[in-house]
Design a protein around this ligand. Structure first.
Ligand code: 2NL
Length: 345
């Protein structure tokens, strides 16, 4: 009886294994026949109830059947795995005769290149790069720069305020004030601060609510306006050509005294007058001045010992002049056709 049952079980298992078409199904068959709750385990468990002389015969047969099913399952498994691999190889077949896809090679954004060019020049002159937060405290953005609470340039309408005391920086000067403060009244401080700035402006061809600025600061004993002139002359020649001359016109900034605006001789006409310089022979490039004593004092420097010069420029304006770009929005819209024109090694 039990013998017949085992043999029947063997035949059924063989049939099941034969009809299996996936590894998952095969696993199920394995559990069904050879698992802990399977029929063969049941037979082996019930051996104790058999007559003494039956035990070795049934035991031998049960073990043989179990072994045979195990072997068939292993064979089927190898067969299925080979099939899986075959299918995978088939699906991943690569046609090496197809033409390749051309890799798109990127390049620095024009604005990034111009900023890098300015940074490299000033690093060569002994300046360091200082970068800091775009979300700034009112104190560093205005107060420390000699712009007291009632100053017109602090109009809430002109800046993006987050709270009464926190705003998006409207210039990179706060980083310069922070750096001065960190030096605890000990010079020299020679830094360049490039970065994003924000103003509440309506965007058009020459205005943007977010743009870049590069400011420079040099504070030490005996720093004079002539040092400013020398450094900015080197800058003008480096960026716009060795023949450039500079001219300083009186101006006003709250954080410098005296304050100046710097023009360069026109790089297009050499100073005779043309469309680029609007007939004047000169092009305005940046604002600058001698650091106001109040700014030095508030940042912990003694203005009777230390003096300094500072300047600020808009790299968009520099790039627009240098490359004849007429709309500032070209820098921010990332039109690949615009960017590609300035792809350099
Ligand atoms: C402009 C003019 C300027 C400064 C920025 C500055 C910063 C400190 C102290 C003194 Cl911490 N000055 N910065 C000075 C003069 C001009 O920017 O037209 N920028 C686009």
């Amino acid at each position: 009886m039990l013998q017949d049952k085992l043999l029947e079980l063997r035949d059924k298992a063989l049939e099941s294994i034969g009809s299996v078409s996936s590894l998952k199904q095969l696993q199920d068959v394995h559990v069904r026949y050879l698992g802990k709750k399977g029929p063969i385990t049941e037979v082996l468990k019930g051996m104790g109830k058999l007559a003494k002389e039956e035990r070795p015969v049934i035991g031998q047969l049960a073990n043989d059947v179990r072994k045979a099913i195990g072997v068939w399952i292993e064979e089927k498994k190898a067969e299925l795995e080979a099939g899986v691999l075959e299918a995978q190889l088939e699906s991943e077949k690569i046609d090496v005769t197809l033409p390749g896809r051309k890799a798109q090679i990127g390049a620095h954004h024009l604005l990034a290149s111009v900023i890098r060019e300015v940074e490299d020049l000033f690093i060569g002159l002994g300046f360091s790069i200082a970068e800091g937060p775009e979300v700034e405290e009112d104190y560093y953005a205005f107060e420390a720069l000699n712009l007291p609470k009632d100053h017109p340039a602090r109009d809430m309408q002109d800046s993006f305020y987050i709270t009464d005391e926190i705003l998006l920086r409207p210039h990179t000067s706060p980083m310069q004030a922070r750096t001065l403060e960190a030096h605890k009244g000990e010079g020299p401080v020679k830094i360049i601060c490039p970065g994003k700035v924000y103003r509440r402006d309506n965007d058009d061809a020459t205005h943007s609510h977010q743009f870049m600025q590069i400011e420079g600061l040099c504070v030490d004993k005996n720093v004079r306006l002539s040092d400013l002139k020398g450094v900015l002359t080197v800058f003008a020649k480096h960026m716009f050509g060795a023949e450039r001359e500079i001219r300083l016109r009186p101006s006003f900034f709250p954080f410098t005294e005296p304050s100046v605006e710097m023009d360069i001789s026109c790089f297009r006409c050499g100073g005779h007058g043309c469309a680029v310089c609007k007939g004047t022979g000169w092009i305005e490039i940046l604002g600058a001045g001698m650091v106001h004593p109040n700014v030095l004092r508030m940042s912990g420097f003694n203005p009777s010992v230390y003096t300094g010069f500072a300047f600020g420029m808009g790299p968009e304006r520099i790039a627009m002049l240098k490359y004849g770009i007429e709309d500032i929005r070209n820098f921010y819209t990332d039109d690949i056709r615009f960017l590609k024109q300035f792809k350099r090694a």
